[in-house]
Design a protein around this ligand. Structure first.
Ligand SMILES: Cc1cc2nc3c(=O)[nH]c(=O)nc-3n(C[C@H](O)[C@H](O)[C@H](O)COP(=O)(O)OP(=O)(O)OC[C@H]3O[C@@H](n4cnc5c(N)ncnc54)[C@H](O)[C@@H]3O)c2cc1C
Length: 264
């Protein structure tokens, strides 16, 4: 094929990959030397593999009918195969430039606070390495994160993980220690409201009132809680915003009931 010239890929069916894209495939595929007249694949074969031309030229030949002839010629960098592969599964490979994920868990058991189906998916994914009893101690890097130092919280042993990104999942624990002597909280520190507040040990404030707490009202009449901090909340932005607007309405209700002015 050395005398042939490459055909432009006018319809995009045989895209030319970048060096970094080829490197991703190279890490998972195999290099295969071919000789002139070797056949890489035939029309109608089951799809499941593909080729990337690294050197030389590869011809697509139309073998149907009596006039067999070269339809296209492709050079280095060209993707040869079912284009759907490049858009589907292969695109996942291309996107996963960092195919290893560390899941750092402070506790000793992944399933304690996580749904079983999610635990199963994580444990069956070879790209995810779960580090239990582990805490992040430092993020290192110049302009971007290059590594993260983690520590085993039982032994104090430290380890440096070569990572390019760090996703911090925080925000699940309410910062309500300062409220503990004032409002009724549940065993996780979230503020009790509505019936739960009325039933709590701090319900004495309600004894002289002829009504139950409003749905977002706490163990203290006229004090409301909305969003994540509230015991039993949905933990979603939309519900937090909704509860916020409900609280405003309930505050007005409380002020009307007590005869106080909303301007105070
Ligand atoms: C990692 C993560 C991912 C999430 N992803 C999604 C998602 O994809 N979709 C979704 O709908 N929800 C998501 N959520 C949940 C969502 O963020 C919360 O439900 C929502 O932010 C709750 O709003 P909030 O106003 O109740 O609380 P927050 O957003 O936590 O706001 C409370 C504010 O009060 C401040 N504060 C705390 N204590 C005091 C104090 N003593 N004095 C003054 N200010 C104080 C805090 O600094 C904070 O700014 C996610 C939550 C986390 C943690």
């Amino acid at each position: 094929m050395s005398t042939a010239t490459e055909t432009p890929d006018l319809d995009g069916a045989f895209p030319r990959l970048t060096d970094s894209q080829i490197a991703v495939f190279a890490a998972r595929g195999e290099r295969r030397p071919v000789q002139a007249a070797d056949v890489l694949f035939r029309a109608g074969e089951p799809v499941g593999h593909f080729f990337v031309v690294l050197a030389g030229l590869v011809a697509i030949i139309d073998g149907a009918g009596p006039d067999e002839g070269v339809v296209r010629v492709h050079g280095p960098g060209r993707f040869l195969g079912e284009i759907g592969l490049l858009e589907g599964q292969a695109a996942v490979f291309l996107a996963a430039q960092s195919p290893h994920v560390y899941l750092v868990v402070q506790g000793e058991d992944l399933s304690k606070d996580m749904s079983r189906y999610l635990v199963d998916r994580i444990e069956s994914d070879p790209r995810i390495e779960v580090l239990l009893n582990t805490e992040v101690r430092a993020a290192e890097g110049d302009k971007a994160i290059a590594s993260v130092v983690v520590e085993d919280n039982r032994t104090g042993e430290q380890r440096t993980l070569p990572v390019g990104a760090l996703f911090v999942f925080i925000g699940a624990k309410p910062g309500t220690e300062w409220l503990a002597g004032t409002l009724a909280l549940d065993d996780r520190g979230a503020v009790l409201t509505g019936h739960a507040a009325a039933d709590s040990g701090r319900a004495r404030h309600w004894r002289h009132l002829a009504r139950e707490p409003y749905v977002l009202e706490t163990s203290r009449p006229g004090v409301f809680a909305a969003g994540d901090v509230r015991s039993g909340s949905i933990k979603r932005v939309a519900s937090a915003v909704g509860e916020g607007s409900m609280s405003v309405r309930l505050v007005h209700e409380y002020l009307r009931e007590t005869g106080a002015s909303a301007d105070r």
